[in-house]
Design a protein around this ligand. Structure first.
Ligand code: GLN
Length: 542
């Protein structure tokens, strides 16, 4: 409903008290409500770190790196936005302090500031505001999530830009929402509002007055507590919204918001027409997550297993595929290095399927290869992603083709590097933003697991890798029974491999998890869970 197409409204979401409160989910949930009310929406994230993008960061530091169609390596919150909105975003949706300073310093070097002293205000803040306005006139709503916690030194220029946006555009076009934490103190049985009061006070010192407070708490807040927060923080009572720790799933957050009329409050404050969001399909999707009929247990084999955010999109894709199969998907994180010590049977023998995930570096590789060998030999459903495909090819080359020294040149240079650096990568020295990144098409062969899942001969999936199947060994692999069921359109790159005569053995060079969305899921994850359920049933019968 682009009734106000040229008059974009901006909704800022800041976070207070502590990090990891779920600002990303809150932003995505508000996006979903507005979109389902018929408005056009996009969501942007401004990250206060100095890295140009998270591409060079260790997953332990920053969680998964989310890749967009246009090849930007972005914050994992973009994953939440895409999953909830069901739309593909781009590099225009994620900005970092590093990018902003890079732009300003380059401009300074070109002499474009005409002799002026270049300063945080106005030069950095102007550059930030220009980025905040990239969708101006194109969307009814632009939701802008500011990374970090209010009070951090790093986020100050972003908050200053937010303050100025309100000043420039006025209260009918800019709405400030603050997500905060209301702790429950067990020993005294009390709920404490002071941290929230302080956080709002800090925001006000920066010249930002939040009009809506989203209060993360253990349980629902009582009316008294809400009144107290409203009074002390100077917001209307109906604008104090509960975000009780989601008992089942974060996918309940949009439903909780709708129940409290958050969409109406937002539309009212921004002078927009009220429309009731249609969450019927979404609600059914969430109900199946909460009360599934079936259950399977999948092992996620990898190296970054202590930190679940490293595999955020994979875990979400499993939740989606679970809902579609009406099944709970329990995920067991399996550290592949432990498989090297105790063997595959002990670590994965009890599972209904395994997924060997993406990764970089040699550590844990042999454990992944052992896990894949076990799955191949025991008819256990197997799904490999990126490094998972590369390990599957090494395993097959070593144990089926008899190429004993098969390896990836990322880990060891041998005469049998079945996985090797792509030609286009050989001359590249810089690490940042130089992999094969973003969406590429692939052609799917008929009568394959891949075709059965996708029901299409041409697909587009997102990539993030430097290495690929070495074509010198492709024929040997094929002669021994490996099926290359997906290839780049020119036939040069292997995108999907699979094994016939196995219940489900497929691996992909790309990242399907990045395109799994609520309600619809991703075809490969759906097919994988379906086969895991089928094999589990077979086992139970025998
Ligand atoms: N390290 C491998 C490569 O660069 C795999 C990357 C990945 O799993 N995303 O090709």
């Amino acid at each position: 409903m682009n009734n106000n197409q040229t008059l974009t409204r901006y909704i800022f979401i800041t976070g207070g008290v502590l990090s990891s409160l779920g600002k990303g989910i809150a932003s995505a949930s508000i996006g979903l409500l507005l979109k389902q009310s018929g408005y056009s929406v996009t969501i942007m994230k401004f990250d206060p770190y100095i890295n140009v993008d998270p591409g060079t960061m260790n997953p332990f530091q920053h969680g998964e790196v989310y890749v967009t169609d246009d090849g930007a390596e972005t914050d994992l919150d973009l994953g939440h936005y895409e999953r909830f909105l069901g739309e593909s975003l781009s590099k225009k949706n994620n900005h970092t302090t590093g990018q902003v300073y890079f732009e300003v310093i380059e401009k300074e070097r070109r002499g474009e500031y005409l002799g002026k002293t270049v300063q945080v205000i106005p030069h950095i803040t102007d550059a930030i505001k220009n980025r905040m306005k990239l969708f101006d006139g194109k969307k009814d709503f632009v939701i802008i999530e500011i990374g970090g916690t209010v009070g951090d030194i790093e986020s100050l220029p972003f908050l200053e830009a937010q303050r100025q946006m309100y000043l420039d555009l006025g209260r009918k076009r800019v709405l400030n929402i603050h997500l905060t934490y209301v702790p429950y103190i067990k020993s005294s049985g009390e709920v404490k509002t002071k941290p929230t009061q302080h956080s709002v006070k800090t925001l006000m010192e920066y010249g930002i007055r939040p009009e809506i407070l989203l209060c993360r708490s253990e349980n629902k807040l009582t009316k008294e507590i809400k009144s107290k927060i409203a009074l002390f923080c100077s917001v209307e009572e109906n604008s104090v919204i509960d975000v009780p720790d989601a008992t089942h799933t974060t996918y309940e957050v949009p439903l909780t918001f709708k129940q409290q009329g958050l969409h109406n409050i937002i539309l009212e404050k921004l002078g927009m027409k009220h429309v009731e969001p249609n969450l019927d399909e979404f609600k059914k999707f969430v109900d199946r997550i909460k009360r599934p009929t079936y259950e399977v247990t999948i092992g996620l084999v990898g190296k970054y297993t202590q930190y679940r955010d490293s595999y955020k999109s994979i875990i979400e894709a499993f939740i989606h595929a679970g809902s579609i199969n009406n099944s709970r998907v329990n995920i067991e994180m399996i550290n592949s290095e432990e498989i090297e010590v105790v063997g595959a049977e002990a670590k994965i023998g009890h599972l209904d399927g395994i997924l060997v995930g993406p990764g970089f570096g040699k550590r844990g590789i042999e454990g992944k290869i052992l896990a894949i060998k076990y799955a191949r030999e025991h008819n256990m459903p197997f799904f490999g992603i990126c490094l998972g495909l590369q390990c599957a090819v090494i395993e097959f080359a070593r144990n089926v083709c008899g190429l004993k020294n098969a390896h990836s040149s990322e880990f060891e240079k041998t005469t049998q590097n079945v996985i090797d650096l792509m030609e286009t990568q050989k001359s590249i020295k810089n690490k940042g933003g130089t992999m094969r990144l973003g969406a590429y098409p692939a052609i799917i062969a008929e009568n394959t697991i891949a075709y059965k899942a996708y029901q299409s001969y041409e697909i587009s999936e997102r990539h993030r890798h430097r290495y690929e199947v070495n074509n010198q060994f492709r024929q040997i692999l094929i002669d021994n029974g490996l099926v290359c069921s997906g290839l780049s359109p020119n036939g040069e790159l292997v995108e999907i491999i699979e094994l016939p005569n196995h219940p489900f053995f497929i691996a992909v060079q790309f990242h399907p998890e990045l395109k799994s969305r609520v309600i619809t899921g991703h075809p490969l994850f759906i097919a994988f869970i379906k086969s895991a359920l089928r094999e589990k049933r077979k086992k139970e019968k025998s």
